[in-house]
Structures are given as structure tokens and as C-alpha cells.
Design a protein around this ligand. Structure first.
Ligand SMILES: [Zn+2]
Length: 353
């Protein structure tokens, strides 16, 4: 490592959502980091559903974009300036990023589940105002509590899925013991496909994957699904009778399939974020079949297990990444990510200007 001091440039290119339908790749002014922040040179950023929602709708669920915001929470990079307070990794350390900062205050939630803390902030989220800028930015100032050093042998490119894989890992953990059980995954976008991979690694005996499009089903099969079904095939889905169901489509048709495909007494984990407000779902089956409906939101320290499992090769996720674009082609990258019939996870490469 060179001892030469890193000089933070005055500005750097970023992906900024200005308003509904107004996404720009533009230079933003950089500020010096606070004492507890390191400067991370971002290498890769994965485009998430929430990033797409801010661009397409000016909102993600209840979070409404009121000011321009840098998008992005699925990022990896290298520390180029360590935090002034001495915390966190040294210069040159490759890191993944845990995007959450738990909220302050004494509201009631289980202490070991800070993902549920009220006021929790997340990179690239308009849930609060002022918004929390994301890290689709060549040089990002990040609090050191977010930084997770990558072990030897895990490349930045392969670590780019750490954040969404942690979401999937948390969802599978919410299902309880999966070894030897049958599983159904409804919705095979990146989170669903990653849930298939995590289930496979956790020893699920048989995995069925459901989606509307052939491409996501192809990815699901490549990471471990034994059977794939078209979303309209309601009879076949009902016949699955899975012990565990992961609902990762985020729409009420998917939730209906999840309930229909669960075995009597089974558990349905809902990780796909439904639109806010009432949802038309025939929920009575959940009563008469004594289904357990369980919510799953973001993740906590699962990120540590995910990094280890990616590093030792036991979590196989390579087919989930389908496209990579230079940051300068960011708008095309977002267009590609929007089209779930053709893409899985789309990565932005920040080192290609
Ligand atoms: Zn994400």
C-alpha cells in the first residue's frame, strides 16, 4: 500500500433520482468525511427494486422522493481514506456495505432485531426527510459501522450480491429449520433467485420456483431449483404442498400462490414488499390450514454469514448477475433492470467511467 495521502476530488459521478421519471448520471460535489466515516471508492453497485421505484414512480412504497437523492444501497468498494476517529478498516481494505443505521430511541422491538427499530435509516432511502443519500457514487463517505471487510479470495465483483443475498438469507432464516424440507419460492427476481440459492445451501430437500417469465425461472434452476412452474399454473402450484414458502414477488397474485402452495400447517415467509394499503388475497385458507404467515424485512448480522458463504463457495449465486454496465451507461442499466423478463441482477461498474 502506498502511504501517499488520498486527495478527495471536488466532485464525482453519481446516479441521482431527481423526480419521477428523471434519473441522471451527473457529477455531485463531494464533502470531507465526518470523523466516523471512511471514504470508499465504490467498485460495483447492484440496482434494486427500490432504486427502480424511485426512478419510475418518484416513490418506493411509503417513501416519497421530495428532493434529488443519490440512489443505491447494494455497493462494494475499497477504503481509500480511513476514518479520522481510528475506527473501521484501513486504507486498501475491500469492503461490503451494510446499508442500515438503526434508529435511536426506546420504542419496543426485540433487541436482537434492529432492522425493526423505528427511525432506522437505509442508504438511498427517502423514508425520512432529509433523505438518506445512497452510494451510487464513485467516492462515498460511509460510517465505519457499515463496512464489512471482505476475506481473502472473495472478489469485489462476487461480493456485489452481498446485500440482496443477506435479504434472502434473513428470509430463509425466518422460515426456521429448512434441512430436509420442501420449499416453494414465488417470484424469481434477484431476491427470489437468491432465496433459492440460500435454501439449497441450507439443505432444503426439494425446491420449486414460480415466476411469470422464462428467464428468471432459468436463473432459479441454475442456482438450485428442482422444478420450475409458470405463475399462471395455479393447479400445479396448489399441488406443491411445500413445507416452506418464500413469497418474493411482492404482489397479491404471488401471495395468493404462496398461500395456495403451502402444505397444511406450513409456513409462508413474506419478503416481497407488497404495495401499501389493502391487498385482495383469499386469506381464509391460512386459517383453515393453520398456516404461519411471517414477515421478513431487510436483515441484521446475517451479512457476516453471507460473506463467509460466498467466500468459501458454498453459496452459489453467479447466474443471478445477468448484466454489467459502465456507470456512464447507467440509464441503459436501469432500463435493463426494469425489464424483469430479460434481466436478473444488473450491476453498475463504477471503475468504468
Ligand atoms: Zn436491495
Amino acid at each position: 500500500m502506498t502511504t501517499q495521502e488520498f486527495m478527495l476530488p471536488a466532485s464525482a459521478p453519481a446516479v441521482v433520482a431527481h423526480a419521477k421519471g428523471d434519473l441522471r448520471i451527473e457529477d455531485v460535489a463531494l464533502v470531507q468525511p465526518e470523523a466516523g466515516q471512511a471514504v470508499v471508492e465504490i467498485a460495483y453497485g447492484g440496482i434494486c427494486g427500490s432504486d427502480l421505484h424511485y426512478w419510475l414512480h418518484g416513490a418506493a412504497g411509503e417513501s416519497i422522493l421530495k428532493d434529488p437523492m443519490v440512489l443505491g444501497h447494494e455497493v462494494v468498494g475499497t477504503v481509500v481514506q480511513a476514518a479520522a476517529d481510528g475506527t473501521g478498516p484501513a486504507v486498501g481494505t475491500p469492503v461490503a456495505v451494510h446499508p442500515a443505521t438503526p434508529g435511536p430511541g426506546a420504542a419496543k422491538y426485540p433487541a436482537e432485531r434492529p432492522n425493526l427499530s423505528p427511525g432506522c435509516t437505509y442508504l438511498g432511502s427517502a423514508a425520512r426527510h432529509p433523505h438518506t443519500d445512497g452510494a451510487f457514487l464513485r467516492y462515498a463517505n460511509l460510517p465505519t459501522h457499515m463496512l464489512r471487510p471482505l476475506p481473502e479470495g472473495l472478489s469485489l465483483r462476487n461480493a456485489a450480491l452481498v446485500e440482496p443475498a443477506s435479504v434472502a438469507w434473513h428470509a430463509v432464516a425466518r422460515a426456521g429449520e429448512v434441512r430436509g424440507k420442501s420449499a416453494l419460492v414465488v417470484g424469481c427476481g434477484p431476491i427470489g433467485a437468491l432465496a433459492v440459492a440460500v435454501l439449497k445451501r441450507a439443505g432444503a430437500a426439494h425446491i420449486t420456483a414460480v415466476d411469470m417469465h422464462p428467464k428468471p425461472l432459468e436463473i432459479a434452476a441454475a442456482v438450485g431449483a428442482d422444478v420450475v412452474l409458470q405463475a399462471g399454473d395455479t393447479e400445479a402450484i396448489a399441488a406443491v404442498e411445500a413445507d416452506i414458502v418464500i413469497e418474493s414477488s411482492g404482489n397479491h397474485f404471488g401471495l395468493a400462490s404462496a398461500i395456495n402452495g403451502a402444505v397444511r400447517g406450513g409456513r409462508v415467509v413474506m419478503v416481497g414488499l407488497l404495495p401499501s394499503g389493502p391487498q385482495p388475497v383469499a386469506i381464509s385458507l391460512a386459517i383453515t390450514r393453520e398456516l404461519e404467515l411471517v414477515g421478513s424485512f431487510r436483515f441484521n448480522e446475517e451479512i457476516t454469514e453471507v460473506i463467509a458463504a460466498l467466500a468459501d463457495g458454498t453459496l452459489f449465486v453467479d447466474p443471478v448477475v445477468t448484466h454489467e454496465f459502465a456507470l456512464s451507461d447507467g440509464l441503459e442499466a436501469f432500463e435493463t433492470a426494469k425489464n424483469s423478463a430479460v434481466s436478473g441482477k444488473v450491476l453498475l461498474n463504477f471503475s468504468l467511467a
